[in-house]
Design a protein around this ligand. Structure first.
Ligand code: LAN
Length: 734
């Protein structure tokens, strides 16, 4: 074992021993123990790239035109394609996920594999705030009680001593913020499981909510799927008041996390105490009243009703388990379900073993150690973008790119939910309604409340398999590109994808992320999470709506006779929605990446897909003018994640290649008539390109729930190549 140089002097594994193995999109990092194994299984360029080792990618002839720059970019990026045809990548950023993993392993007494333990410790040590100490909600944020208390616990589980300088500094920061009593609700919850906090100090999460009539507007089936699945599992654990046993570590943590003696804390008074550093959405009066009522209920609740509710909740968790093969929707319900399945089924059960196995899908080794990804990856998403970029730029015609494209297509093809995958991964009760719309599905009570998925694409892998509107759109767009290359595709697959999209339009004309908007807007007043905004229900998002519009537009051009009237009607109403969402200054607010530049790109491109351009339409013109007003002296664009928090455009310290690409793609799609700003942007992309064709990592690219940043490291390849390629198509390298 080696120690890293530098201020942290922390243990590290040998980076030359890690290998990424990918199968059907599943990404697993393996640590090889012997030299012999290493010789038999040499490191690939993508292993080295993601581990931060020199890639040894060849130096390329310097690009003199945008097309050559795109070609060089692709020559490098191609080397990162994994053996199963997708483009892998780290998906870190949030800092509230690894505590869930560590606590789940700790309470279920599951040993954390040694190489993981070492690399997770290294990651968290590196990600502590360099000046202030402690951790934030995400890697670019300021320290919060949530981040600091939970990651402190995680590091203690991982074995780091409380005397380590990073821990001392974190403790000081935590105490300066008021100690762990001031954690937001999700923090209070994890700490309660760890038995270093009392459930008396938590607002109730009664599982009985799931027994309410489904017709009630507050029934959880109407929540946004991530919120629903988190509160489903939280309700189970809260309902049972599950806590791990009191160990030495537990006793020590109780002394370390607070500013006063643990025994003296009056817990009920801490329920609504949340540090200013953490608070993004304050409690509404409605929420406080609801918490009060639920608190009374908790004092007198009936045991038999609770048992019934726990049974119902557990049956839904089992459906989730089966529907996703143990991957689960996301990293938060994954950690909770690992604990729940251990409680219900025991450590030796098949289901619990599957839970452990599937945790490998969530962890990723980067150059600063091992992180807990925000999902089980972004496989479909990233692969669909590069396929479209290569097609549009014309690089798909190059012989040298054929193998890579075929391979990517095979992955995209395999990733789509078909009858075949359906049979394998869905519960029998879901199979009964493969191509029906949600309102025609079997009675809600009998299902797991999921939207139809035959023909859909997920964000990551078909194993996780959740329908996402814009992932379906991007998957379809990518397949349609391939039609241009005259590959054989079963048309029914395309029709199924269209069917999924058509089933997802909301009454306001827009599209949400995973499902139709099912709940009333007032549910947002009951958002108990404090650290995230707009999480209670689905909303129509600019990005999702525009992606669907783009997909439908390109589908309709090729298949003008398939459901043409319906598609035309949807196109019309989405266009209206997009125009309604434009702000007076010409911008669109983005919810899933940063921010106005991202949403502007999708909006302008989608309007262009129905023939609206800078010359002929006011909305596109205003959208372009807004972007142009943000161009910087060096020709680039650069927006900070702060835009997403504040709702106003905030410039970042430097221009960013990713945002420059989005802005250029927008101007080019809109047929903006003047070349100068476009040329200056293109020159910036070319200047930033390295001699081996790559672009270096810049600021974090993505966001969710208004407050949490998340990495999309592949964007710096797919969108740069796309912008350069689109420029070439428009101006032919003049
Ligand atoms: C994602 C990632 C992808 C993203 C897009 C496809 C880009 C978007 O257009 C639609 C929404 C979606 C699918 C999305 C939703 C929320 C996710 C799953 C994430 C941002 C990745 C991580 C995040 C998830 C909620 C993180 C876990 C945290 C909780 C609050 C439960």
């Amino acid at each position: 074992m080696v120690y890293e140089e530098g201020p942290h002097a922390i243990k590290r594994t040998d980076p030359h021993r890690w290998r990424l193995k990918c199968h059907e999109g599943r990404q697993h990092w393996h640590y090889l123990e012997t030299d012999e194994e290493c010789e038999q299984w040499p490191q690939t360029v993508y292993d080295r790239y993601w581990l931060g080792l020199p890639t040894e990618a060849p130096i390329l002839p310097a690009a003199t035109t945008p097309l050559e720059a795109a070609r060089n970019g692709l020559a490098f990026y191609k080397l990162l394609q994994t053996e199963d045809g997708h483009f892998a990548g780290e998906y870190g950023g949030p800092l509230f996920l690894m505590p869930g993993l560590c606590i789940a392993y700790y309470v279920t007494k599951t040993p954390i594999p040694e190489p993981w333990r070492i690399e997770m410790t290294r990651y968290l040590v590196h990600r502590a705030h360099p000046e202030l100490g402690g951790w934030g909600l995400h890697i670019e944020g300021q320290p919060t009680v949530f981040g600091t208390a939970c990651n402190y616990v995680a590091l203690r589980i991982l074995g780091l001593s409380p005397q380590h300088p990073v821990m001392e500094k974190a403790r000081a920061r935590l105490h300066a913020m008021g100690g762990a009593v001031r954690a937001p609700s999700w923090g209070k919850f994890w700490l309660s499981i760890m038995n270093v906090y009392s459930y008396e100090g938590m607002n109730p999460v009664p599982p009985e909510l799931w027994l309410l009539p489904e017709s009630l507007p507050i029934h959880p089936w109407r929540y946004w799927v991530h919120t629903r699945m988190v509160y489903l599992s939280m309700g189970y654990i809260y309902g049972r008041r599950f806590q791990t046993e009191e160990t030495d570590l537990v006793r020590e943590l109780r002394q370390e996390l607070y500013t006063e003696p643990y025994e003296k804390i009056y817990w009920p008074a801490t329920r609504n105490d949340v540090a200013e550093e953490d608070l993004y959405v304050e409690h509404s009066t409605l929420l406080d009243i609801a918490n009060g009522v639920m608190g009374l209920y908790e004092n007198y609740h009936s045991k038999s009703l609770r048992d019934k509710a726990l049974k119902r909740v557990y049956s839904l968790i089992l459906m989730e388990e089966e529907n996703t093969g143990g991957v689960n929707l996301g990293p938060v319900n994954k950690a909770m379900n690992m604990i729940i399945i251990w409680i219900e089924e025991g450590a030796t059960s098949k289901l619990f073993q599957q839970q452990i196995l599937r945790y490998s899908d969530y962890v990723w080794v980067g150059k600063e150690g091992m992180m807990n990804n925000g999902t089980d990856g972004s496989q479909l998403w990233d692969t669909a973008f590069i396929v479209q970029a290569v097609c549009e730029s014309g690089l798909a015609e190059d012989e040298e790119n054929h193998a890579m494209m075929r391979h990517a297509m095979a992955f995209i093809d395999d990733c789509q939910a078909s009858i075949h995958t359906y049979m394998h991964t869905c519960l029998p009760m879901l199979i009964r309604a493969p191509s029906m719309q949600i309102k025609e599905n079997a009675p809600m009570g009998a299902t797991s409340y999921r939207h139809i998925r035959q023909g859909a694409w997920p964000f990551s892998t078909r194993h996780q398999g959740y329908t996402v509107s814009d992932c379906t759109a991007e998957g379809l767009k990518a397949l349609l590109c391939l039609l241009d290359l005259r590959q054989n595709i079963d048309e029914q697959r395309l029709y199924d994808a269209v069917n999924v999209m058509l089933s997802m339009q909301n009454s306001d004309g827009g599209f949400a992320s995973y499902e139709l908007a099912r709940g009333p807007k007032f549910l947002e007043y009951l958002n108990p999470a404090e650290v995230f905004g707009n999480i209670m229900i689905e909303y129509s998002y600019v990005e999702c709506s525009t992606a669907v519009l783009l997909a439908l537009s390109s589908f309709r051009k090729r298949f003008p006779n398939h459901r043409s009237q319906e598609i035309a009607a949807v196109q019309k109403t989405v266009v209206k929605f997009i125009k309604r969402k434009q702000r007076d200054d010409g911008s669109w607010f983005g919810s899933w990446a940063i921010c106005f530049t991202y949403a502007g790109f999708f909006a302008i491109e989608s309007l262009a897909s129905v023939g609206e351009t800078y010359a002929n339409r006011q909305h596109v013109r205003k959208g372009c003018d807004f972007l142009l007003s943000k161009q910087r002296d060096d020709g680039g664009w650069g927006e900070s994640y702060k835009s997403c928090e504040t709702g106003e455009y905030v410039q970042s310290a430097m221009s960013q290649v990713v945002q420059t690409s989005w802005a250029l793609l927008s101007l080019l799609a809109a047929q903006y008539p003047h070349r100068d700003p476009i040329d200056r942007g293109i020159q910036l992309l070319m200047r930033r390109q390295q001699p081996n064709g790559e672009w270096l990592q810049e600021n974090i690219e993505g966001i969710f729930n208004k407050s949490c940043a998340i990495s999309y490291p592949n964007y710096k390849f797919s969108f740069t190549i796309w912008a350069l390629g689109r420029y070439h198509q428009r101006y032919n390298n003049e």
